[in-house]
Ligand binder design. Structure first.
Ligand code: DX5
Ligand code: ZN
Length: 220
């Protein structure tokens, strides 16, 4: 068993996006990570639901893993579900109504994910863990690609793995930020099941080789 690789298109060549997506899909990636940034919850602005719609319509079989870095995500989860998101992630820091936001995602037929920033403890999301399909532990502060992996966050992955076992739950544990073929190893050992990688996969010349390296690095 290896980690599920979720390349983030944030670092891709947008003018050749279709081709960039095919490269990672053919190399063994199973998810495609789509970062939505509102210029408020995080300083950057990225792209919106039409991108999800077009990627879905392109015929890609990748699971579309949409990470909402937006304030009050409950206002837009339905729009992203309709656009074709398979998984929708909402930050616990972005709304006082995290339970409602997750309910809405499930009601819309998508997989529900709760996300925590590096400054947020696992304890804060314990009340909603029974209802999620995936938890995303940020391993950088959200908002930008290309930042350095925060190794202290691995402890949260281990906590979540233990919580899963002791409560008979089965959610996936995803990490996002600073992932490469070195940083993934300890995080995988601690219980990571899905790894987002942006600049590691897309910054240099061979995205397919990078996806394969992440799979090989966790094949033990
Ligand atoms: C950061 C985003 C990430 C980003 C990761 O705010 O949530 O998904 O694309 O980029 P890398 O892998 O370069 O840290
Ligand atoms: Zn992300």
């Amino acid at each position: 068993m290896s980690v599920i690789v979720a390349p983030s298109i944030l670092a891709a060549d947008y003018l050749n996006l279709g081709e960039q997506i095919k490269l990672v899909e053919n190399a063994g990636a199973k998810y495609l990570h789509i970062d939505i940034m509102d210029g408020d919850f995080v300083p950057s602005i990225s792209y919106g639901p039409d991108w999800v719609k077009q990627i879905k319509a392109s015929g890609s079989k990748l699971t579309l893993d949409v990470h909402l870095m937006v304030n009050h995500p409950e206002k837009i989860v339905d729009t992203f579900a309709e656009a074709g998101a398979d998984i929708i992630g909402v930050h616990v820091e972005a709304t006082p109504h995290i339970h409602r936001a997750l309910q809405m995602i499930k009601n819309a037929g998508a997989r529900a994910e709760v996300v925590i920033n590096p400054g947020t403890p696992v304890a804060l999301i314990e009340p909603v863990l029974y209802m999620v399909d995936q938890v995303l532990v940020m391993t950088v502060n959200p908002g930008f690609g290309g930042q350095k992996f925060l190794p202290e966050e691995i402890e949260k992955v281990a906590q979540l793995r233990d919580y899963k076992k002791s409560h008979g739950l089965n959610f996936d544990i995803e990490i996002d930020g600073g992932v490469n073929d070195k940083t993934i190893v300890e995080a995988y050992k601690a219980g990571t099941t899905v790894a987002v990688a942006g600049s590691y996969v897309y910054d240099k010349v061979d995205p397919a080789a990078k996806v394969k390296k992440l799979i090989e690095a966790t094949d033990f």
